[in-house]
Design a protein around this ligand. Structure first.
Ligand SMILES: *[C@@H]1O[C@H](CO)[C@@H](O)[C@H](O)[C@H]1NC(C)=O
Ligand SMILES: *[C@@H]1O[C@H](CO)[C@@H](O)[C@H](O)[C@H]1NC(C)=O
Ligand SMILES: *[C@@H]1O[C@H](CO)[C@@H](O)[C@H](O)[C@H]1NC(C)=O
Length: 630
């Protein structure tokens, strides 16, 4: 008769707890869905975020909606129906699959849709009701839980019917899923809580919880140490209804005389650990956090939980307070303080720590009651989705005011695999392994990259081009380049405005080709008499007729080797000779004039002493003029 009694008790305890929290409520977390086409149903709607898969917290996702012709509940593999939702051409938008609710687990539907290439799942409700949160019963349908990576949302029956009608009419139905406002992001610090349980033998959900702690620990500690986040762990307990306090069941599940209870780990009171062992360990974990927080190192909680799960597992029968003490000591935490905080579990009195936990369980503000274990609460809103490092980090990152996200939010840690599929619809250069697709926690962006210091510019979707200094280093800036006989010729210039230009001696578009110009055939150069022209790659050779002639390339002419002059020089010689001749001539005239002046001077002087044949007085005037004339 043990079995029925046990189940009755569990039922009563759960009912008691629910009555207690009747004032609170469960909040359905939502994101927005915008229909962008067709016009008839255009508008903004709400949908409920499923509690599995990876919602794109902080980001958006745009896609075409497809309503499959068969397997509309997606309970079977789409492969059996030869249906695929993969984008067929590059640049194609991802596809969202519209699925009918019913007949199988939500996770099964999402898993089948994901395997068929869907980027997201829209489940249409099958009755008129407010939105609900899609989740699985505790142990059922969990086999795909950890492998679902696409987001799933539930939409109302009304919106579902409209989308189906449009899709069946052959309209292109385009939808934008938007999670940017799903979490408040008021400031530069994110407050988050993890509602958990120290029970390590509750099946897939407990394993997932532990895997999450192990993988997220490092990230959580970085965020906490740098002051980006304030983290608090929480533990759910319930109390035993008064009438049952002295029952064997409550005694094994509860501490402090029925005040704080947890379910039996193996669901069997007769063996292994009891619920009260779990409560005691939960209490140790809260007290560890309090002590760590007071010493200014709240992140030590992650180390404690991690180490405890490895050093003190239930299956090795080490899930004991003694083992806990060893872990506490090894982390250098204040043991006395923790012991005082834990108090005496056998005492008939309240434990202030666990009392506070029970109070915190009830929703306040927009948060709603915590009823799903484990649950993450980020900025006072419940996180929905897979408990997975990158999915959770994405959500935590979405809680920062935009542009204040720490670097860890923009690193590879939060990358999704959107770029793997079809390169996210972004530009790429496969040959050179360059892509414009970049994963960020806000979703993938198509942004021309910077590769080896060279900036690419363009729209990021259909084109990106290297620009600036060094652009020729990469793929030769998209320009023509060819090497022959050890000589490399390129049409690329570091000035992006010049684009691709064939160098002198070539002609062409500079991108696909530059052709050598045959200067000889085109009679561009080397047309001198007796010259022989020979075309080369990018240039030409010209030789003049006769051995003692030299080809002057810049003047495209031949000159005698002996004449050390060139055309230019001979011209200068002419000028020089001309000037010299003019100088000599002028000197001769001067000499002549000077002589005739001297003659007349002397004659005038001599005339004063002796009578001359010529009696005329010397012409002073004329002489002066003669001197000026020279
Ligand atoms: C889920 O993923 C894990 C690890 O990636 C893998 O070992 C497991 O086989 C997957 N399960 C299914 C059902 O594909
Ligand atoms: C942890 O410490 C911080 C600052 O010292 C305090 O603001 C916060 O309330 C503490 N958290 C808990 C759960 O005691
Ligand atoms: C392409 O580049 C990425 C990162 O830059 C690298 O991880 C990957 O191995 C490269 N692939 C090839 C084929 O070179």
């Amino acid at each position: 008769m043990r079995g029925p009694v046990r189940w009755l008790l569990v039922a009563v305890v759960v009912v008691a707890m629910m009555v207690d929290t009747a004032a609170g409520r469960f909040v359905v977390e939502k994101n927005s869905l915008r229909v962008t086409s067709p016009d008839s149903i255009k508008g903004k709607y709400e949908c409920a975020i499923g509690n599995f898969g990876v919602p794109q917290y902080g980001g958006t996702l745009h896609g075409w909606v497809e309503y499959p012709k068969s397997n509309r509940k997606a309970c079977k593999s789409f492969e059996d129906f030869d249906i695929s939702f993969k984008s067929t051409r590059s640049g194609g938008r991802p596809k969202f699959v519209l699925i009918d609710r019913g007949d199988c687990y939500f996770t099964t539907k999402a898993w089948n849709a994901q395997n068929a290439g869907a980027a997201a799942v829209l489940v249409a409700d099958n009755k008129l009701e407010p939105l609900i949160t899609m989740d699985n019963p505790d142990d059922a349908g969990t086999e795909h839980l950890e492998n679902i990576t696409i987001p799933s949302v539930l939409i109302t029956k009304e919106l579902g019917d409209n989308l189906k009608k449009s899709a069946e009419n052959g309209d292109m139905v385009s939808v934008l899923l938007d999670w940017r406002e799903s979490l408040p992001h008021p400031d530069e610090r994110v407050e988050y809580e993890f509602w958990t349980n120290s029970n390590d033998e509750c099946g897939p959900k407990c394993d997932m919880q532990m895997d999450f702690v192990k993988s997220f620990r490092g990230t959580a500690q970085i965020l906490e140490k740098k002051g980006y986040t304030q983290f608090t762990p929480h533990y759910i307990t319930w109390y035993c209804p008064e009438a049952f306090v002295v029952s064997k069941q409550c005694k094994s599940q509860c501490i402090n005389h029925g005040r704080y209870c947890a379910p039996d780990p193996e669901q069997d009171f007769s063996q292994g650990y009891d619920g009260k062992d779990v409560v005691v360990q939960n209490l140790h974990q809260i007290c560890v956090f309090k002590a760590a927080n007071e010493s200014g190192k709240p992140w030590l909680w992650w180390d404690y939980v991690h180490d405890f799960s490895i050093r003190c597992p239930m299956k090795e029968k080490k899930y004991t307070p003694e083992c806990s003490v060893d872990v506490i000591k090894s982390l250098g935490l204040d043991l006395d303080k923790i012991k005082k905080c834990v108090g005496d579990p056998e005492a008939d009195e309240e434990n202030p720590i666990l009392k506070a936990e029970q109070d915190a369980q009830i929703g306040h503000g927009k948060r709603g009651d915590v009823t799903i274990l484990p649950t993450l609460v980020i900025n006072n809103r419940q996180y929905r989705g897979k408990l997975d490092k990158s999915a959770v980090l994405k959500a935590v990152c979405a809680g920062f005011e935009e542009t204040t996200e720490p670097a860890i939010c923009l690193s590879e840690d939060v990358q999704t695999n959107e770029c793997l599929e079809n390169n996210g619809g972004c530009w790429q250069d496969k040959d050179n392994n360059i892509t414009a697709c970049k994963d960020t926690f806000r979703g993938r962006v198509c942004e021309c990259p910077v590769v080896k210091g060279v900036k690419f510019v363009g729209d990021g979707y259909s084109n990106c081009e290297a620009s600036g200094i060094g652009r020729c280093e990469i793929k030769n800036g998209g320009c023509w380049k060819e090497a022959r006989n050890g000589k490399t010729i390129s049409a690329c210039s570091n000035e992006v405005s010049e684009g691709c230009k064939c160098p002198p001696g070539f002609r062409g578009d500079g991108i696909k080709s530059c052709e050598d110009i045959d200067e000889c055939k085109d009679k561009l150069y080397c047309q001198c008499k007796g010259c022989s022209c020979e075309n080369t790659w990018g240039s030409y050779e010209c030789s003049c007729g006769g051995n003692n002639m030299l080809y002057m390339r810049e003047h495209d002419t031949c000159l005698s080797k002996e004449a050390t002059s060139t055309v230019g020089w001979s011209f200068l010689w002419v000028i020089f000779f001309g000037l010299a001749l003019a100088g000599v001539g002028a000197y001769a005239v001067y000499k002549y004039r000077l002589r005739s002046y001297m003659d007349s001077e002397i004659r005038a002087i001599m005339a004063q002493y002796m009578p001359l044949d010529n009696q005329e007085a010397p012409n002073q005037h004329h002489v002066a003029h003669a001197g000026d004339d020279i």
